[in-house]
Ligand binder design. Structure first.
Ligand SMILES: [Zn+2]
Length: 216
């Protein structure tokens, strides 16, 4: 996959996942990190109930143009630091989840790449590199997810969460969806039949081989 400039986004630029450890502190005690939720029609789910109860919550419509990039930019003009979550995230153990989020110091990803854009963002850091970058379609969104992870080598809060350790395949409205995560949180990803041709797609017994190759 190539951009107009001919530069490959998905292939070639990917490095091994960061082994850096997140730094934690108690300094944010009493001041919960603001939450930005990206949900279709701004409708949240039971899985995000603990997020809604937080002091500072910004809910953005994922149907708005610009995909994650414009949502993140809007969030950056609202908060200096925030955690970005999506409607497809389910927080299974809220106490544990928010304890980690509220103690992390500096930006971090929630999972191994692909990050799905889920992370603790520092607005100045994000805007310094991506203030003028737009996603006009879903493919741009996927390319930029890869680019974001390559540019920002942030520590990973839950290194056990990645595509390869997916939990199960759920059928949502008849469509198979891969669920990744651990016992603290999980996320429904897009269709489990990404390329529809490889053995993992055909047999529904893993993550699409083509998708994995893109992020390998
Ligand atoms: Zn496939």
């Amino acid at each position: 996959m190539r951009t107009a400039s001919g530069r490959s986004w998905l292939r070639g630029g990917w490095r091994r996942p960061s082994r850096r450890q997140a730094k934690f502190s108690q300094s944010r005690n009493g001041a919960p990190l603001p939450v930005v939720l990206w949900c279709p029609g701004r409708e949240t789910t039971d899985g995000l109930a603990s997020a809604i109860e937080r002091g500072e919550v910004l809910i953005l419509d994922s149907n708005d143009p610009g995909y994650e990039m414009s949502a993140l930019r809007l969030a950056c003009t609202t908060y200096s630091q925030f955690v970005f979550l999506k409607e497809s995230v389910t927080i299974l153990k809220p106490d544990e989840f928010w304890a980690v989020i509220d103690r992390v110091q500096g930006p971090a990803w929630l999972s191994q790449p692909p990050s799905m854009y889920l992370g603790v963002y520092d607005s100045l850091t994000f805007m310094s590199r991506f203030a003028g970058v737009n996603a006009d379609n879903k493919l741009d969104s996927i390319r930029l997810e890869s680019e974001l992870n390559r540019v920002f080598r942030w520590p990973v809060l839950w290194p056990d969460v990645r595509d390869g350790t997916y939990k199960r395949v759920d059928f949502v409205d008849g469509r198979p969806e891969i669920v990744i995560g651990n016992d603290v949180w999980e996320k429904h990803k897009g269709t489990a039949r990404w390329c529809e041709k490889c053995p993992a797609c055909v047999n529904l017994n893993g993550v699409c081989e083509e998708l994995l190759a893109d992020f390998a």
